[in-house]
Design a protein around this ligand. Structure first.
Ligand code: PXP
Length: 254
């Protein structure tokens, strides 16, 4: 099980004071020293945390970089120039605190302008065309989606290699005291989603809301290749340092 660590929150802290520190690239080095397999960062359209220059400097680290972005022409252009190992397409809303919900791949395909047969619809969608362009540059493409049958099937039709299953609903259930039934239900949903994705030839990552207490249940699901975790690790790092916080997460995953 690989661990990708999202370092956006380091940039959020820097932007709060509009200073040059803390530096997300220095944070990325600590994260890698702590045993992470890769770095995840999200360049938002409003540049509220990660900046363009951060992304360029992160790429130079030559670590695995998962570049999260919205499906916009500007971001596609940046990704094609940057050539990260992976692009994860996420939905983006200006007012949201964090990525709320997965990408609606199903609607994107259904709303594609013409053609009635489902296969042609997928091929004529903007999503399909963008995925094709990124793949041509040997960039792996992942779609961040909710664990729902329709979204998973649409992700396969759109030509993605990976999906990242949004674990937010599971995480929310796990935060509730005396958790049990809600968590069990969400775990069943995620397991089914992983199985369906594998049956359709997709590779599977997962993330959102995972912390030191709830991560094990997700890490035990076979078929998931990588967990992408940010907030809980950065929050823990305030007390123990980033390298140690990543080490502890690695231990929790095992
Ligand atoms: N994966 C994706 C696609 C995300 O957008 C985020 C949040 O930025 C994460 C994983 C990590 O979520 P968290 O910060 O809650 O661990």
């Amino acid at each position: 099980m690989r661990l990708g660590v999202n370092i956006d929150h380091i940039a959020t802290l820097r932007q709060a004071r509009q200073e040059a520190f803390p530096d997300p690239v220095a944070a990325a080095k600590e994260v890698l020293a702590g045993g992470a397999d890769g770095i995840v960062c999200h360049l938002r359209e409003d540049r509220r945390h990660i900046q363009d220059d951060d992304v360029k400097r992160l790429k130079k680290l030559e670590a695995r970089l998962d570049f999260e972005m919205a499906l916009t022409d500007e971001m596609v252009g940046i990704a094609l120039r940057l050539k990260p190992e992976m692009v994860t397409l996420v939905p983006e809303k200006r007012q949201e605190i964090t990525t709320e919900g997965g990408l609606d791949v199903k609607s994107q395909i259904q709303n594609s302008k013409f053609k009635t047969n489902p296969k042609s619809k997928a091929l004529s969608s903007k999503l399909f065309k963008v995925i094709k362009k990124l793949k041509k540059e040997k960039i792996l493409v992942s779609l961040f989606i909710d664990p729902e049958e329709g979204q998973i099937k649409a992700a396969a039709e759109a030509g993605a290699e990976f999906i990242e299953i949004h674990t937010g609903r599971f995480a929310q259930a796990s935060y509730v005291r005396g958790r049990s039934s809600g968590v069990k239900q969400e775990l069943i949903i995620i397991k089914k989603a992983v199985q369906l994705a594998k049956d359709l030839g997709l590779r599977v990552n997962a993330g959102h809301g995972l912390d030191y207490n709830n991560v094990r249940a997700i890490a035990e699901i076979s078929g998931i290749e990588e967990l992408n975790i940010g907030y809980s690790i950065i929050a823990r790092a305030v007390f123990v340092g980033l390298k140690q916080a990543v080490k502890e997460m690695r231990r929790a995953i095992r």
